[in-house]
Design a protein around this ligand. Sequence first.
Ligand SMILES: [Zn+2]
Length: 492
Amino acid sequence: MIYTVPPSVLKLDGDPLEVDKPKVVIIPVKQRADKPVIEGIVKKLDEVSGGLVSKSAETGLFKAKRGELYTFPLNGKIFLLAGVGKGENADDYRRGLAKAAKQVVDKHEEVAVELSGLNAEFSNEAMIGFLLGAYMLDHFKSEKKAKLRVVYHHGEVNLDYVKPIVEGVYLARDIANAPPNDLYPERLAEKIKDLFSSLPNVDVEVFNYDRLVKEGFGGIVNVGRGSKYKPVLVKIHYKGGGKKIALVGKTLVFDAGGIQVKPSHSMTDMYADKAGGAAVAGILWAAAKLGLQIDLYGLLGVAINTLDGESYLPSYVIKMWDGTKVDIGHTDAEGRLVIADAIAYAAKEIGADVIIDLATLTGAAVVALGPLIAALFTRDKQLENTFRDASEETGELIWPLPMADVYKPLLTKNARLGDISNVGGRWGGAIYGALFLEKFSHGKKFVHVDIAGPGIGGGEASSIAPEYWPGRHAPGYGVRLVISVLQKLATS
Ligand SMILES: [Zn+2]
């Protein structure tokens, strides 16, 4: 990991009510008819405590609503009951346990999580929720707050599944939230190279600025040229065999809007304009550690879009990697230029069967779907369904928007001199972005995921987001969703 290492997870030998350590025991509790369900270990705890749980239920002190917590000391231990509501789906467990994690992460070094009696899916997802809830980005503070080091679990948790997923999300969060003076493009590339060198079957290749210029990556070069921190393209290749799939991530380490600078209030969160590439790195990490049978490529177009004498200008006509001439209608529509080069490279040089991009591309996607739901664009019905199933399973929300041919003429009509323009009409900007990118996929199966809302998180999202999101920070959206998609594609 780049900054934040998840707590270790170990199996607890014995009943957490009886073993001496750890002193903190977290128990998920379901709810029926507005009351906690007192069965299994909760019943045992109720008996040992002289009816503490049932009395709390009678008095309405603890109802086991999802996200409700109830803490009490007993026999030298601290018990933390975590309401999971009806406990009918994985998200009930993920969210309930994440809330408990937030309660203990800065107070205790070791805790036990009681998961016996849960089915395999709920046990795994409860542990994932707990560990994601325990994420604290402390790296940049002089005094670290996170204390939690070891999580013991009692029950059946498949750590070969849980750990890679959690590490992938931590990695995506670390990258997405990093300040641009720390992870500028070349530094980010180096860190990724170092990190992935520990994995067998993974190669990382970094295309530096000179190489990008020489090989004609006009989109990446023009967007990134105005920063003293020059742009790079990072190619991660996990050789898992099977279908060839390429993931492309928009990785704007910072987006000031370029010469057509953003208003200052819209610029604050733009360190997280790299959330797409951050997710792609996290997905590659998780896929390799899970050993998925996929020949998987990750391409991160990494740049800083800022103002300088060298910056590209509106009215430039730039030549993209595949030869397309693009009129620059606006310098803040830069993400599509950076990833279009990578998409074309994935189609023509790598020859991927499927290309999926993740990008914090348009404010229009947030206007359409709000801060918690990503926009899904694809012409492939089967892939659309796969994404929707994966969304349902992971709780990472997505909704389809159309690749609407009716707007396609704008691609050429808006171009003053070149072949196409990087800006569409006043309305429907998310659709135009998707149509623009699709052009560079050269007939390959193509999926565009606009994560401008859930990729960045924070703001309005933090008060309604699931408990396993890290408050004001970018949540690493897309890692669990796309891993679930890849698992389905690997077996289909
Ligand atoms: Zn922009």
